[in-house]
Design a protein around this ligand. Sequence first.
Ligand SMILES: C[S@@+](CC[C@H](N)C(=O)[O-])C[C@H]1O[C@@H](n2cnc3c(N)ncnc32)[C@H](O)[C@@H]1O
Length: 202
Amino acid sequence: MNDKSSPAPESLDAAFWEQHYEQGHTPWDIGQVSPPIRQYLDGLTDKDLLILIPGAGHAHEAAYLHRQGFRRVMVCDWAPSAFKPLLEQAPDFPQEHLLVSDFFELELQAELLLEQTFFCAIAPEQRAAYARQAAQLLRPGGILAGLLFAEPFEKQGPPFGGTAGEYAEYFSPWFHIERMELCEASIKPRLGRELFIELKKR
Ligand SMILES: C[S@@+](CC[C@H](N)C(=O)[O-])C[C@H]1O[C@@H](n2cnc3c(N)ncnc32)[C@H](O)[C@@H]1O
């Protein structure tokens, strides 16, 4: 997967992603917390928030939050090798907060879900299920925040793009859309191509 898109693989299962991690081929990984997400995280004051990062991959957001003293950060990824860099960056990250699991099978109640190139990595047919599952994983009033691509891509993904209008249809049944707007702080290759979302569970 890269920002220019590549042909869709036959299957986007855990083995597909695990193979990428095992081969060190992770072109989606920007090597840092994306600046718009970092800005959002820097505004959080409650260090006891239960934060879930689904499809977390190398999970730079989790390492960052851990360094800032957030101790209830859970990461989920179904590729077992994904978390190695997180553990290198934050060796004391709690083992029990590493959830090697299918996002759609998770059962927990978080206060904040962080989205960073997970939604664009799942098949578009799963988007309605993503919105429903994200809502189920949040307490009432909980927030889904992060980044979504702002444009459809010509080639088959991953990544799969989309539009704000399409996203609103998936999320509106479950969330109030507090914010869904182009962000100015994106990394250069994604500037003008990302929406920052802040959705509040109904
Ligand atoms: C494009 S990568 C993004 C990783 C990370 N968020 C980042 O920005 O570097 C998508 C990630 O979602 C994970 N993933 C895809 N489908 C999943 C599912 N159903 N349950 C859990 N993880 C999944 C993959 O293993 C992969 O690590």
